[in-house]
Design a protein around this ligand. Structure first.
Ligand SMILES: Nc1ncnc2c1ncn2[C@@H]1O[C@H](COP(=O)(O)OP(=O)(O)OP(=O)(O)O)[C@@H](O)[C@H]1O
Length: 316
């Protein structure tokens, strides 16, 4: 498979439909090997569902996903994947080290690896303390150690900082930064911008099961600062395809039936012209005036954006 060498994860039209507007819809992602990649979105956005599809815990309704060059969820793809998606079954009365011994036994991992992973997550000094006596942050570190046992090429961490106090969060951030080595890819999810922005090379922003933006945090910040356009058009999916081809356009998404275009708002006339010459009916075109903080506040609160200002109404 041609993706095997440089692409860790590729999805195309990946969809898991739980209800008419519930699930994950039409997700196109490309995550390179060696990247630390963040999924950012509020609770219920669909982050866990994507991760579950990537490891074969959830079967897609449609679309495809490739992990380390193999179909997602197959034994060959899972060989290189360590995941922390559900809390691992760890025995409270056993020490961290003994818990890892049991898991290493299941996975046929040599016992020598246990000391290495304890070291890697900074738990070597506490390895012989009972798991139940650990703080939440230490429990999370041990869970990451468990996911590292196979020395995976791809590590998938679902909300690894969830529930941690600020100190625990900072420790987990450092830990994740340190996991980037030997071309290892790390995919993590969070509902907090601050959690991903200093750790991740690139992020995807997901809301209500749809990708609404992707890029480096710096790119997203630039896009948000400059604003963008909201377009009401009769066929938003077709419009998105067309607009994506304009060189000035940084990203396009369909949100709540509207086209959201990250582009210098001065390109409004070009966007409008393209849609109209292709036979689409544009009923409204507005400028976005949201800062990145507004965007993320909006994501966390999952409320409707409050900022778009009418700029131009066309074709009426
Ligand atoms: N097995 C299921 N059956 C029905 N609906 C589901 C199922 N699993 C998830 N959902 C719904 O799909 C949507 C996405 O859920 P998902 O858990 O992927 O979101 P998330 O972004 O990971 O959020 P959280 O951090 O709260 O888990 C939610 O509306 C959720 O209620």
């Amino acid at each position: 498979m041609s993706d095997g060498d440089d692409i860790a994860i590729r999805t195309s039209g990946l969809t898991k439909q739980y209800g008419p507007e519930t699930g994950v819809f039409d997700l196109d992602l490309c995550i390179r090997r060696g990247e630390v990649y963040g999924f950012l979105g509020p609770n219920g956005a669909g982050k866990s569902t994507v991760m579950r599809m990537l490891v074969g815990l959830v079967r897609p309704t449609s679309g495809t996903a490739t992990v380390l060059g193999h179909r997602a969820g197959t034994r060959s793809s899972l060989r290189g994947v360590g995941a922390l998606i559900e809390a691992p079954a760890l025995y409270p009365h056993l020490s961290g080290r003994d818990n890892l011994r049991i898991l290493a036994g299941y996975a046929s991992v040599p016992a020598a690896r246990i000391a290495e992973v304890l070291e890697e997550v900074g738990m070597a000094a506490k390895a012989d303390v009972a798991f139940r006596a650990y703080s939440l942050g230490m429990k999370q570190r041990l869970a990451v150690a468990a996911a590292l046992l196979k020395d995976p090429a791809l590590l998938i961490l679902d909300e690894p900082t969830n529930g941690l106090d600020p100190e625990g969060m900072a420790g987990m951030r450092d830990l994740i930064t340190g996991l980037r080595r030997d071309n290892r890819t790390v995919l993590l999810s969070s509902h907090l911008l601050a959690e991903v922005e200093h750790v991740c090379d690139r992020v995807s922003v997901i809301r209500r099961g749809r990708l609404i933006a992707d890029g480096t945090v710096a790119e997203l910040r630039r896009g948000a600062d400059e604003g963008g356009l909201s377009v009401t058009v009769d066929s938003p999916e077709r419009a998105a395809e067309l607009v994506r081809r304009l060189p000035a356009v940084r990203s396009v998404a369909v949100v709540d039936g509207e086209l959201r275009v990250v582009v210098d708002p001065r390109e409004a006339a070009a966007v409008n012209r393209l849609l109209v010459v292709n036979g689409l009916e544009v009923s409204e075109l507005r400028k976005h005036v949201l800062s990145l903080e507004d965007v993320f506040f909006d994501l966390v609160e999952d409320r409707q954006p409050t900022g778009p200002e009418p700029m131009e109404v066309v074709n009426r």
